[in-house]
Design a protein around this ligand. Structure first.
Ligand SMILES: Nc1ncnc2c1ncn2[C@@H]1O[C@H](COP(=O)(O)OP(=O)(O)O)[C@@H](O)[C@H]1O
Ligand SMILES: [Mg+2]
Length: 214
């Protein structure tokens, strides 16, 4: 059976698609057969990102498919070594279903309380109402500005919750936006500093998947 990593949030714009693409391209670079299941049918941004990627001949090739329901995506998940489910915002039922079916559930969050609080509330709901095991939830700090103090306070806030907070973070950088505009993922940008931070975050996701599935 293939692995399933879900990337979800209650809010839009926090970096779900950015993280999903970075996960997918990292595993694909290691010769895994990977598919991104884009569940945001209103925007399908990962699908259009793939079209830019294919148009520019970027390798490795990853597959992206848009699905109307989580069930449809899961039907074909076994054909892949890894399926990354790129969730839609404000999709309570689909988010719960992704949570129940994923080996690891990644919740990207910005550093503001406006981002952190809904992230923790979503995690709490997934655990208490939908039976998602606490250890399968991992919070990924994303769109991180350049204040070390803000980052430290956000990590301290999350440490007081039962959830695993992944090492490293994705910095907010124009270069990362531009990379994705050109069909690359944030771990494929030529800009070394941001790329290395993003790389470490994705490595932390890989390590966490291994530890929760062993
Ligand atoms: N680390 C980052 N630095 C700069 N821009 C980013 C970063 N992460 C995401 N963005 C931009 O923010 C927008 C929302 O990101 P996205 O990953 O699509 O979020 P979501 O899927 O949660 O809605 C996109 O335009 C994306 O290019
Ligand atoms: Mg998205």
């Amino acid at each position: 059976m293939g692995y399933i990593i879900g990337v979800v949030s209650q809010k839009g714009g926090v970096g779900k698609s950015t993280v999903a693409r970075a996960i997918a391209t990292t595993y694909a670079a290691a010769d895994w057969n990977v598919k991104i299941g884009d569940l945001d049918i209103n925007q399908s941004t990962s699908f259009t990102w793939l079209q830019r990627r294919l148009g520019r001949g970027v390798e490795p090739v990853v597959a992206v498919e848009t699905f109307g329901t989580v069930g449809q995506a899961l039907k074909i998940a076994d054909a892949y070594d890894l399926m990354v489910l790129d969730g839609a915002p404000h999709a309570t039922r689909a988010t719960a279903e992704i949570g129940q079916k994923s080996h690891l559930l990644v919740l990207p969050s910005g550093l503001s309380l406006d981002d952190l609080e809904p992230t923790v509330i979503l995690a709490n709901t997934l655990v208490s109402e939908h039976g998602v095991p606490v250890e399968r939830i991992a919070i990924a700090l994303s769109r991180v500005g350049d204040s070390p103090r803000e980052l430290e306070e956000a990590r301290a806030y999350l440490e007081a919750t039962p959830y695993h907070v992944l090492d490293s973070q994705i910095p907010e950088k124009t270069a990362l936006r531009r990379a994705q505009d050109g069909g690359l993922s944030v771990v494929e940008t030529p800009y070394k500093g941001p790329r290395e931070q993003a790389d470490r975050l994705i490595q932390a996701i890989i390590d966490r998947l291994e530890s929760v599935t062993n």
